[in-house]
Design a protein around this ligand. Sequence first.
Ligand code: SDX
Length: 383
Amino acid sequence: MSGAAVNEYHPGLEGVIASETAIANIEGTDGAGGLEYRGYRIEDLADKVSYEETAFLLLHGDLPNREQLREFDGRLRKARAIPEALVTLLGEIPANIHPMDALRSAVSVLSHFDPDVNAAPTDHEANVRKAERMIAQMATAIAYRRRLSKGLPLVPPREDLDHAANFLYMVSGKVPSKTMRDAFDLSLVLYTEHELNASTFSARVTVSTLSDIYSGIVAAIGTLKGPLHGGANEEAWKVLERVGSPDKAESWIQDALARKERIMGFGHRVYKTGDPRARILKEHCIALAKEIGDDRWERIAEPIEKAVTSQKNLPPNVDWPSARLYHYMDLEIEIYTPIFAMARVAGWAAHIIEQLDHNRLMRPRAIYTGPPHRPVRPIEQRS
Ligand code: SDX
């Protein structure tokens, strides 16, 4: 049997190649570094394609032509409604429960009502249909949960709005401006996929046992929640709020670095010279701050970004600017990570389908560090 030597140990699987994938490359296929989705550079996709086109690219292998996009978009718009039982549950879950925990439950419940619930886990076409339904319905579940947890009336989805505009509409009850819709759609495109990050790895490990796509997505949601991963965008906003004003930024960050505090929104396991997504989103943050006439948060963020990048050699990752972007859209901090999840579900699903199409059970080894062999003593002799 071929395979890596069992004695190679890499804490946190740092640097370990655990899969092959045709979905994303975070080294850049020309070796120049950077992020590509199925060969398209993120810089070329950003501002040019919608989240719907990006999701189609990941699920179907290439960007859609006009007819394919019309049909795919039409299926998503028709699939947005969620089961009444889930609406009831989203209203019954206590208000203090974090939206990521509610989303984890919501996707579990969606699986029970999926028309393809009895399809084989390896049924490629059924998995694509399930993925499309999750893309549509996770957005509705997040928006509905937000409103129900605040005692607000539900804002049902509108078929005349695209994915980005419809989500903002369901959350706020107002159709967003083109600027807001475009910036939100861009953030979804940038959050869609990122190779074998922890939540995607979690999804692939789960289905490598031939479990189903819904179980893989629920596992990924639970993984994304952590502040070292998707939860960082929520934590990054808390950093800015703690600082509060531009004139305190420099002293705050110097104190934090002196305390060796982990600054959320900075650093990355793979990107060591900067996250291309952060650079793209920062431009949109500056533009939106200007549009709303309040650049205070940009003036707080800049000294922090300069200090952490120069003094710790840790550039910002995607979560650092996305926190400000969502604030400018009046989105509440509690749904920052659920938004990450509703974008990433297309990437997770593509990886799950890729794993199931060419599966091998994932089962790494561990180095044993426990007590040496010892005899079992009868309970009377145990101290
Ligand atoms: C995402 O993997 C992906 O692709 C993820 C993601 C995706 O799209 O799926 O890109 C999305 O999760 C982005 C990352 C979001 N997380 C954060 O912003 C949380 C803050 N960042 C860190 O916790 C950290 O940078 C990680 C978790 C992102 C990466 O950590 P590593 O590679 O395990 O590095 P490490 O924790 O071992 O740190 C190495 C050194 C340590 O210093 P020493 O103990 O060696 O002196 O760097 C320091 C760390 O203390 N360090 C930081 C820091 N990140 C690392 N110090 C201060 N602030 C930070 N943010």
